[in-house]
Write a protein that binds this ligand. Structure first.
Ligand SMILES: Cc1ncc(COP(=O)(O)O)c(C=O)c1O
Length: 393
């Protein structure tokens, strides 16, 4: 008889999973160099060094670093000219920052449903939602999986809609070989603590459009002109500058970035195939055109019928107790959060997003940094829970 760890038995996995964030001497040395330079703020040359490295890595002509991945979205909306009276299409199954940024520039978020097997914007539903006020779209490459850019980009072009990619989860993800973030007008990354590249907090904007790049830089630097004098401010702006400390950490993080991306993908592939083998919670679809998938999260869809009626919350508790930390993710779609409910937004029917809040289970990316073979522990824990449910039924 299997004893669930939650009832006092031995957990399937007792070995700790890889920690996140990861660091070594490289971070320490680079931070020490910033300290000793005496140039701690946004004008330390390491900031430009990081921007150049990120632009190159993402095949983008311009990169503007910033303080976080919420203000980057807000800045992107401002420079493409979104403001009061405009509508911006966003998914309701995402972190609140995506839609808050729309409201914070005075525009209206339009919530459009996602696909059931990717939780990314559903292009058929996007087509239905576009109207005369639609000025921009913020596709979120959720968990690192690319939105269907083959359909999104021509649709946006045909309607003259700006595309701001929310790449907060998709560092290093690609669509048919092109890094995400560089396909739309602007790509916006978060570097907050949980993200696949992190400085604790931070943000990045990338673009291939020179005029937008200049406006983004200017907005992030109090409306200055890059060639202008210090106290000349040609446009309305703010201060979004990343510090030297953050850039130093990020340059060190980039040394491990590609290896970690490859490791997460190898682990995710193995986990997907074993989940299918054991008929566990259903893995999400990995579109082949997304030839690199950052796997910021590994998500599964839970069906209580496969586990003798055990609720998702009980399952998450049991899996965590078996040594596989996991969560249920968002509790409700964004339009049920008071600041984003109608009349502050326009809400299209979103049954899939509502279901996603009831069925999804998230594993954090750090688990995928273990050896791919260690994914078998996750399968063993799931099988044990199912056996237990079968025995008590
Ligand atoms: C999809 C998405 N967009 C935007 C953000 C905002 O990023 P930040 O926390 O850096 O402001 C996050 C952060 O969690 C996110 O998950």
């Amino acid at each position: 008889m299997a004893h669930l760890a939650i009832k006092g038995g031995e957990a399937v996995r007792t070995k700790p999973w890889p920690r996140w964030p990861q660091w070594d001497e490289s971070e320490a040395q680079r931070v020490q160099a910033v300290l000793e330079s005496g140039e701690w703020g946004g004008f330390n040359p390491v900031v430009e060094e990081f921007e150049a490295a990120w632009a190159k890595r993402h095949q983008a002509k311009y990169c503007i670093s910033a303080v976080n991945g919420t203000l980057t979205l807000e800045a992107a909306l401002r420079v493409v000219g979104v403001g009061p009276g405009d509508e911006v299409i966003v998914p309701p199954y995402t972190f609140i920052a995506t839609a808050n940024a729309v409201r914070l520039v005075g525009a209206t978020p339009v919530f459009v449903d996602v696909e059931p097997d990717t939780y990314n914007l559903d292009m058929d539903r996007v087509a239905e939602a576009i109207g005369p006020k639609t000025k921009a779209m913020i596709p979120v490459h959720f968990a690192g999986l690319a939105v269907d850019m083959d359909r999104l980009l021509p649709m946006a072009k045909a309607h003259g809609i700006a595309v701001i990619e929310d790449t907060a989860h998709a560092h290093g993800s690609t669509w048919r070989g092109t890094p995400l973030g560089s396909l739309g007008q602007i790509g916006s990354f978060s570097l907050q603590q949980s993200k696949n590249l992190t400085a604790g907090e931070g943000g990045i904007l990338i673009t291939n459009d020179e005029e937008l790049a200049m406006k983004l830089w200017s907005f992030a630097n109090q409306g200055r002109d890059p060639q202008g004098r210090w106290y000349e401010h040609g446009m309305l702006g703010s201060n979004l500058r990343m510090t030297g400390w953050q850039a130093a950490i990020l340059l060190a993080q980039m040394e491990r970035f590609d290896e970690q991306l490859a490791r997460r993908q190898a682990s995710a592939r193995r986990l997907t195939s074993i989940l299918e083998e054991i008929d566990g919670p259903a893995p999400m679809r990995w579109d082949d055109r997304c030839d690199n998938h950052a796997h910021h999260l590994y998500m599964m869809r839970y069906d209580p019928a496969k586990f003798g009626g055990m609720s998702r919350e009980q399952f998450v508790e049991a899996l965590t107790a078996e040594g596989v930390p996991c969560s249920t993710g968002y509790y409700r779609p964004l339009y049920e959060q008071p600041p984003l409910a109608e009349p502050f937004s326009r809400v299209m029917p979103c049954p899939v997003s509502e279901q996603a809040c009831k069925e999804s289970i998230w594993l954090a990316q750090r688990l995928l940094l273990a050896e791919p073979e260690e994914m078998d522990d996750i399968a063993r824990a799931i099988v044990k829970i199912r056996e237990h449910v079968g025995e008590v039924a």
